[in-house]
Write a protein that binds this ligand. Structure first.
Ligand code: RP5
Ligand code: MG
Ligand code: MG
Length: 279
């Protein structure tokens, strides 16, 4: 995996905790660094024992690198090391031990639905970018409430949940506000997105995410899938409304200058290349 950058951000998200600065050449665990003394931090929201979080290690020994009951503790990056009972981040040092804001020791599995359409002019023609001369893709983007950054409307895979369901559920919750409506309305939303999400999505990425919440012992991994509406008919009709951990939602032009949460911009680059779109 490529060296992480956001996972070494100085101030840990949602706190005043400062990570120990890890220079580029000391990220990999194979590089000896005997004086390495990272800061320890696990957020109060995690220590409060919510259902989505593991207990603290000591009272609890998770089964690493395997399916642990319904919790998937395997990594897409291969077998990760466990040192003194603590799983080690496969991308190396982050300057912080513990779990920070993440619930699971080791990998925390998420799914990222990348819903796209072509940008159209008033005559329904594809809009070409003036410089690259390639058609411009648009994707459904949400503004995260936790950090104010624009992102793909992704979320955590629940224990035992199929990733295909997580993709639909998170998109519905964050971009269609399905949690705020009645069960009947929710069923309607589900009917509408089912068609698009059942069309074979293109798997864009599977692996480690350079997320600012990562620590030496807990990190994000994701499966990012692109659902593309070639004619634009089914997705353009969707009533976008931000919900759950999203503060805003909108169609955003896909472009290399986008500054997005975690490694989301690299996922969009892969989508643009695959669709021969402007980047
Ligand atoms: C990122 O965090 C993933 O790529 C995914 O978009 C997201 C999941 O976390 P929450 O949105 O549930 O906070 O690393
Ligand atoms: Mg969510
Ligand atoms: Mg989310």
């Amino acid at each position: 995996a490529a060296p992480h950058v956001k996972a070494r951000c100085q101030e840990y998200p949602g706190s005043k905790v400062k990570r120990l600065l890890v220079p580029d050449d000391k990220v990999g665990w194979s590089r000896r660094w005997p004086e390495y003394r990272p800061v320890g931090y696990t957020a109060p929201s995690v220590l409060n024992k919510p259902v989505w979080a593991d207990p603290d290690i000591g009272s609890f020994s998770p089964k690493f690198n395997t399916l642990d009951g319904a919790v998937d503790r395997t990594s897409f990056e291969g077998c990760y090391k466990v040192e003194n009972g603590m799983p080690l981040n496969p991308c190396g040092r982050t300057g912080l031990t513990g779990r920070g804001l993440l619930g699971r020791w080791g990998p925390n599995h998420a799914a990222d639905p990348i819903v796209t359409r072509w940008k159209e002019d008033s005559k329904k023609g594809k809009v070409l970018h003036p410089v690259s001369k390639r058609p411009i893709l648009q994707f459904v983007s949400i503004k995260r409430k936790d950090c104010g950054q624009w992102a793909i409307p992704g979320g955590m895979v629940d224990p035992g949940e199929q990733v295909s369901l997580t993709l639909q559920r998170e998109f519905s919750e964050e971009a269609l506000n399905s949690l705020a409506v009645s069960a009947a309305e929710r069923a309607k939303i589900h009917e509408r997105i089912k068609k698009l999400f059942n069309s074979t999505g293109f798997q864009v990425f599977k692996g480690y995410v350079d997320d600012p919440r990562n620590t030496d012992n807990a990190w994000m991994e994701t499966v990012a899938v692109n659902f593309h509406d070639e004619s634009g008919n089914s997705v353009s009709e969707l009533p976008l409304q931000a919900g759950d951990d999203a503060g805003q939602v909108q169609w955003v032009d896909v472009d290399s200058s986008l500054s997005l949460y975690a490694s989301h911009s690299s996922f969009l680059e892969l989508v643009a290349k695959e669709r021969k779109a402007h980047w």
